[in-house]
Write a protein that binds this ligand. Sequence first.
Ligand code: ADP
Ligand code: MG
Length: 492
Amino acid sequence: MNTTFQDDKPVTSSLLIMGYEVVIGFETHAQLSTQSKIFSRAPTAFGAEPNTQACAVDLALPGTLPVMNKGAVERAIEFGLAVGSHIAERSIFARKNYFYPDLPKGYQISQFEIPVVQGGAVEFYLGDEKKSVRLVRAHLEEDAGKSLHEDFIGQTGIDLNRAGTPLLEIVTEPDMRSTAEAVAYAKELHKIVTWIGICDGNMQEGSFRCDANVSVRKPGAPLGTRREIKNLNSFKFMQQAIDFEIRWQIEELEDGRAIQQATVLFNPDTGETRAMRTKEDAADYRYFPDPDLPPLVISSEWVERVRSEMTELPRVMAQRFVRDYGLSDYDATTLTQSREVAAYFEAATQACGQPKMVGNWIMGEVSRRLNLAEADISACPISPAQLAQLVSRIQDGTISNNAARQVLDALWSDPQATVDAVIEAKGLKQMNDTGALEKIVDTVLAANPKNVEQYRAGNAKALNALVGQIMKGSQGKANPQQVNALLLQKLS
Ligand code: ADP
Ligand code: MG
């Protein structure tokens, strides 16, 4: 008998659900953003009339031969470089045989034993805890067509426009231990593929489809039997589906039933997962190397050329933000959540030279307003230049943080306005005239002898009352630090 090993990963009891540990592994199909298909020159654009974008190769007409699309290979290489994988010098295409009406050849061209991208890891934050999910592989394959069920006439049609669309299937080790970790992984993966531009990431259109493999076990036990939830096409459904699946499996086990390996579908209407078929294993697909395609050979020169043309990766950019702008790792990660946010941050920072304040305003007040409007930064009415101007005006003491929030509100509803014009129009300038401020301070001290006495008697809180009175006297325009300094000076 062989030894069973447990993973060298501590299990914190807070992650246990009714005494069970959750284990999740992901398979993600990212549709590659090529213009033409993986083995033919038919276009890949989404949403065309059925069967107008499928050529003889996609229809599997006799005598046609597949020819590898260079753009698909380069995108696979870019992905591998982004996640620190090994790019295979020589990988093999295989036929995965199964029958389905939307698969005209009767097999899907995929990669089996030797995939193009091997190993690597996806790193991300879960709260403030750093996680790393190891990748097993990422392989190139073609998508199948679609069955269109026309329920109202009781017929099903086949649309082969999608047949032959290039996919990269990205497979993880079973490294995730909670729904939250799984969703965070999927979001990070989505960020990477859209950041490097190999996939448009449109989940509704099926450009980024996740299958979640879920099992549960008692801590320290060997891996439990998994069920695979297919085609999760939103992060919200992903969370609901995995949560439901975990609870369902635990209840089955607690009731004394064993889990059967199966492929399941999530129904957003009921919030439940349901078995679709018992899971095939590899043998059922009768994989064998495709004799129509030679091995995919990738020279190190090709890899290096792709590397030299790649944009700066989010992790690398975050490290640069820490180094050059003095941000915390957490803030740098948040500000590199998308290329647009990062570009916005850098533009505003370059305009005013205040990276920390710019970062705080983006992550705080700006994000809050964008969330309320359910918009992302590309729809932000405030330009980076305007934010930079606002930050400069706080920095040079013209306005308080509080006044700056009012300026932000005003700009939000009138993006044509300028920061200075709003400050002027709303009379938000802080009082920097010491003489005028001193007068208010003197008046307030004279009118509140009791507070003065209490403060002198050691009641520090009495000072707050005086500050409040002075701020009121200045209609909120006094600089609080200046008020404090003046008061202490007068009272000592
Ligand atoms: P198959 O080839 O049958 O789909 P794989 O070994 O390739 O199976 O695994 C598919 C996915 O399932 C991988 O992401 C892997 O991490 C995950 N996985 C494997 N075993 C388990 C398990 N017991 N629980 C959860 N996920 C698992
Ligand atoms: Mg698999």
